[in-house]
Design a protein around this ligand. Sequence first.
Ligand SMILES: [Mg+2]
Length: 346
Amino acid sequence: MKQYEAKVEERVLHFKQPAGTSRGVYTTRKIWLVTLSDGERSGVGECAPLPDLSCDVRPDYAEVLKGFCQSFCEKGEIDYEAMRDYPSMLFGLETAVLALHSPLTTHHSRLFDTAFSRGEVGIPINGLVWMGTFEEMQQRIEEKLEKGFHCVKLKIGAIDFDAELELVKQIRSRFSYHDVELRVDANGAFPYDEALYKLELLSQYALHSIEQPIKAGQWARMAELCRESPLPIALDEELIGVNDPETKRQMLNIIRPAYIILKPSLHGGMMGTREWIELARDMGIGSWITSALESNIGLNAIAQFCSSVYGDSITMPQGLGTGQLFTDNIPMPLEIRGEKIWYVEH
Ligand SMILES: [Mg+2]
């Protein structure tokens, strides 16, 4: 058996602009890079838990991660069942293993053999518009449309609802739903007793979907909204911490959302994400994949994984537009051209 060695190092990435999220404003981002080597080759993966959001954030994160790396070095394989509840660690280790074993390139960054990974096709992505004032958001939307995006995702729930509704109305008065697909993400901001009314108001503007209208953890209420809502509902935070396959099935079966949105760092690594997608597909529930503020190492792995899961001709825009966020990002052969992300080895 091969002799493996693992190294874990902590990195702090700096946002170009403070990133406003539902969990507050981030200026820096802490990640852990796992490097595996077998004496001849090496591969790097990124573990990027999100504070206050990931189910595997913990004070002894690096120690636990080192333990899993050690176990890989001893066994020569990932102990998937032991790592089920540690999705960000699993994702990083899965990436490092794929990079280590990639026979395809000297870059060690081509992780799958797909049309995307060979640089033959791009993956359509949505333009992400961060939270801000009405004027800021309006300007950011204009910029995305000018760049060629046909799918724009708006974070809502930050400014007041009437202003957000007005913003959506204005976009729709200029661009029909044939021209621009609008997705909104409420990050759980709507109080349950106002949610249906708000969904009805939003649905006047032919939106594609709304993410997480109410806070996670209220399955019966979310199920009711999914039944009653005129607007398709997508689950995101709801999936966090639901790591065991039987509970996943149960949750989807009760809530019956239109879509689930998968972030490998948060929702089970590649293994757990694949499981979610297959379970959802069996129930007629759609899905797409998004990044979660990883560096380009994670983003590269997510994009290639996405092409391996959904095939060579992805038409549903994915959430992979987070590559230009950091001043000190790690270079990877990823490029955004128009509304598509490409993997291009030079
Ligand atoms: Mg979301």
